[in-house]
Design a protein around this ligand. Sequence first.
Ligand code: HC0
Ligand code: SF4
Length: 573
Amino acid sequence: MVRITIDGQLAQVPAGTTIMEAAKAVNVKIPHLCYLKGINEISACRICCVEIEGERAMVAACSNPVKDGMVVYTNSPRARMTRRTNVELILSQHDCKCATCVRSGNCQLQEVANDLGILELPFETQLQKGLRSAWTKTFPLYRDVNKCIKCMRCIQICDKVQTLNIWDLAGTGSRTTVDVSGNRVIKDSDCALCGQCITHCPTGGLRERDDTAKARAALADKEKITVVQVAPAVRTAWGEYFGLKREEATMERMAGALHRLGFDYVYDTNFAADLTIMEEGNEFLHRLKSGALVRWPMFTSCCPGWVRFLKGQYPELTNQLSTAKSPQQMFGAVAKTWLAKKLDVAPEKICCVSIMPCVAKKAEADLPTMRGESGADVDIVLTTRELVRMMRADHLDPHFIEEEALNSPMGTHTGAGVIFGATGGVMEAALRTAAYVLTGENPNPDAFSEVRTGPGLREATYTVAGIPVRCAVVSGLGNARKLIERLKEGKVQYDFVEVMACPGGCVGGGGQPISAEDEELYGVRGERLYTLDAENPMRFAHENPEVQALYHEYLGEPLGETAHHLLHTDHKA
Ligand code: HC0
Ligand code: SF4
């Protein structure tokens, strides 16, 4: 152990610990912009500079280890002055239009500048002009070069965690910036649209395409019937910006808020998750029994980030994807057919809006294959952050919003549907129903819980009705790549593989609220989903009475003709 003093406090930490982490251990916060533990420890921003007793040069706390006897001052006049100058220099190349920035109030640069009391900019502002990136505003991911502080977090997250290498440094000297790698434009790159670069950006340099104006227009249109669905993971996180406890940020409270925003009907993507299990679970059993899974497994298809990744990186494996559309798209397809009939309205009048924790869902809804006779299955996709912005614009404080029931049908779900939002959830939900289909009896709903926790890549073999089912669950695209490489080398064999592009699954999605403290919140959010599952009296997708009614009244059998037409795709677009 190494003994050091930080701002007068004694700390004992293992050798090799950085000054930043040692300070954290004694509750001393050292401001930083580029630092992301284990991912980006490159002292690029130099905001974390501290003074070390006896040393002339200031030292970056994020990349320098402690030494025995070290005496550190994080807020001495020299430390503060250095930090201030470094922030002022960053601001001299930053478009400081906070009033029109989506990250205002949740921006680490704004916070550090405010905390230091910077009221004037002493250096001339030099913004980048005439750059190639006249960024296409229709792409679901948007980058503002003049809000980028070159911290490199996006580069590192994309390279180290997602292995897609979409971002790179471009230019030289004072014109150095971050841009799409290989001189490509973003829409022609392999970007999976997982949005992890957004949620790890400390400023407003990266954001989702803003579709709130489109949603407002639909809400204001008296001719439109606005139908909104809410994804499983959204309910774990929407209350974060409002300081609402996770158990208070209920789906029913969100329904109250959505009604106040003007939505005519509030439903649940979880209903469609239960429906997906009926289709995908049966498809899996069909493929398994037909011997189609001997060499390659069936991959889940509900995460559009993963589907984009597979089609871009391993197009030869596209046929291994389940043909089931994702719950978001199944919801839209059913809303514009069965639900339209039930509501007795023309399907063209329905505007189907989704609230998703995801950026890739915007691209999924835009795919030409995700349309029926009445147009797009889903018309508008908003992220959790966009929902929060709409609520704020209408001064809706959820602390004072009453809980309201969801509409029916398509508003009821089981515990199997709600766990879709966490890594392993789709697999577990599918196995619960597969066991029922094979044996005629419900298994213990927690029989497949082994896939809930563990590393980013997990595997388990379950014997269901005497049939061994080799399963793997993976989240994060780097882990997905590892798994595929092992499959290709013949080192592993599976029957069923669930992949979610974002670490931890959708709870850690690229459209979720961004932690001001750089915390990874997918763990606690995922736990919330498993609590909701345990509390639900129905734990099996096939028990959902509204899904049963849908099959009885409209679809017929899982994988039947109508179901195939509405709920499946060939992933060709
Ligand atoms: Fe997900 Fe989904 S679980 S992908 O992460 O399957 O976005 O939450 O809505 O569609 O249900 C996202 C979350 C969904 C879908 C569901 C799946
Ligand atoms: Fe979107 Fe979820 Fe996939 Fe992330 S894991 S890309 S949030 S669907």
